[in-house]
Design a protein around this ligand. Structure first.
Ligand code: UD1
Ligand code: CA
Length: 476
């Protein structure tokens, strides 16, 4: 059985990003660059190319080489991979050598080492599988992935002899004007024969730039007469991110891919140019996304919803048949048939049950709002629990903050809260109670009571509506 181990080089500072955040943690479609690469690596065994090579396995988590802000990267990425530390940032060759102890500790010991960079997030599992399979079927010392550029670029150039055999990779910094015109470039994915790799990496000379370049191994192998194979892939998949201009270019490509996938999966996107959907968002069929909409984080949207225009939804769950117009949702849950907006804000912890109608100009924070409740014009619910079939009148607010603490408000099912009511928390409004317009409620309101005034006082208490014998039977 053949085994391989994967090493991802991600120790670099990312100087050209000019950022305090390590480069591989910069988000792309909402997900750190490095996570995209790890997703591709994990998906290798399920690719079509891999299917007929069941004898090839990787029994290990990928080894990620970290250096700059290693602890920060590790805490974001977690335990899906193992880590090696490059103590001093001396180049990609040195980075790979830093992974040797981790790789040599693997059991079984892999014959093949697949190497990729943490800053090429569009790499696909299929492409990685192609490089691996080519390497194993050709039984060569090195296989690497190349791409074709159409203009100037910062990739290493692939130098071949007159018979097309690879001679070396020349980095742009060291390339002659003639070499800079070469269109075939190094995409930064390699397979190495492990037994050959380590001694060569140990012997790798420090170059004129003061670094140990992984790419210098190609020239060494060629001079030794070792066989080197290449696989040519689309450059688009291996775009490397060194600066924020490249980050934006890759972001645009990935977003387009994401939108197309949703459209193929049955979602209507009226204007892809102004719609932004993070990687990992799920959307049910027949949902329509209107212009100017951003759906981010781990958001799930149901079927047959209408979202937008001008809407942002972050880390939220939206049930089927919801309508959200010109509104913002964060860490919110909507059950089916909920309507939000226009111009409403659901803040973290908002939970709107079935068929709630909220807005325009309404805000809910850290509150449960029961099914069929109406909450329209200029209202605010914070730290509240609201029952079913409640009417929240225009201008109603929970005065939930007393300057020190956030206090809770309970509103029972069937209550009718008159316009401009101030609910001074902590306070409870009983089932089927009502408040008059402008009431300032600072004491609990019994079930069925009508309270009015400032501060609100009880005007009358209605008898609970007797349920008919038929209805009581139903309840039992
Ligand atoms: C590298 C290749 C280049 C190739 C390009 C493809 C080398 C010398 N050059 O150039 O031929 O065309 O990628 O995208 O390899 N890293 C470390 N430790 C270090 C330095 C870098 O772990 O000491 C990591 C970085 O975090 C990064 C990756 O290696 O993820 C590549 O480094 P980078 O500096 O971006 O190399 P390029 O200049 O893009
Ligand atoms: Ca790079």
């Amino acid at each position: 059985m053949n085994t391989y181990a994967t090493v991802v080089l991600a120790a670099g500072k990312g100087t050209r990003m000019r950022s305090t955040l390590p480069k591989v943690l910069h988000p792309l479609a909402g997900v750190p660059l490095l996570v995209h690469v790890l997703d591709a690596i994990e998906a290798i065994p399920s690719t079509k190319t891999f299917a007929s090579h069941t004898a090839l396995t990787s029994t290990h988590r990928p080894v990620v080489v970290l250096g700059h802000e290693a602890a920060q990267v590790e805490s974001v990425i977690g335990q899906r991979c193992q880590y090696a530390l490059q103590a001093e940032l001396l180049g990609t060759g040195h980075a790979l050598l830093s992974a040797q102890p981790a790789v040599d500790a693997l059991d079984p010991l892999p014959q093949t080492i697949l190497v990729c960079y943490g800053d090429t997030p569009l790499i696909s599992a299929e492409m990685l599988a192609r490089v691996l399979i080519e390497h194993l079927t050709r039984q060569v010392t090195i296989t690497f992935l190349t791409g074709q550029v159409t203009g100037p670029s910062d990739y290493g150039r692939v130098i071949r002899d007159s018979e097309g055999r690879v001679q070396e990779i020349v980095e742009v910094k060291r390339a002659t004007e003639e070499q800079k015109c070469i269109r075939e470039v190094n995409s930064g994915v390699y397979c190495f024969d492990r037994a050959w790799l380590w001694p060569m990496l140990h012997a790798l000379p420090r170059n004129a730039v003061g670094e140990y370049y992984l790419t210098d191994l190609i020239g060494i192998a060629s001079r030794q007469g070792c066989e080197i194979a290449t696989v040519t892939g689309s450059l688009e998949e291996t775009l490397g991110i060194n600066n924020r201009v490249q980050l934006a270019a890759v972001e645009r490509l990935l977003r387009q891919r994401i939108l197309e996938q949703h459209m193929y999966d049955g979602v209507t996107i009226i204007d892809p140019a102004t719609t932004y959907i993070d990687s990992g968002v799920t959307i049910g069929i027949d949902t329509v996304i209107l212009p100017g909409t951003m759906i981010t984080g781990k958001t799930r949207i149901g079927s047959a919803c209408r979202i937008g225009p001008g809407t942002t939804i972050d880390h939220s769950i939206v049930g089927d048949n919801c309508v959200i117009r010109n509104s913002a949702l964060e860490e919110t849950i909507l059950e089916e048939g909920v309507q939000v907006g226009p111009f409403s804000h659901c803040r973290p912890g908002a939970y709107l049950a079935r068929n709630v109608r909220m807005g325009n100009f309404a805000e809910v924070k850290n509150s449960y709002v029961g099914a069929e409740t109406d909450m329209h014009h200029f209202s605010y619910l914070g730290d509240a629990t609201v029952g079913e079939h409640v009417n929240i009148g225009a201008g109603t607010i929970t005065c939930n903050y007393d300057g020190k603490r956030k206090n809770h408000t309970n509103i029972g099912s069937g209550a009718f809260i008159g316009s401009d009511t101030m609910l001074v928390a902590p306070v409870n409004v009983g089932e089927h109670a009502a408040t008059g317009a402008g009431a300032v409620v600072n004491k609990d309101v019994p079930a069925g009571a009508l309270v009015v005034g400032v501060p609100a006082r009880v005007l009358r208490i209605s008898q609970p509506v007797e349920s008919s014998p038929e209805e009581s039977n139903k309840k039992e």
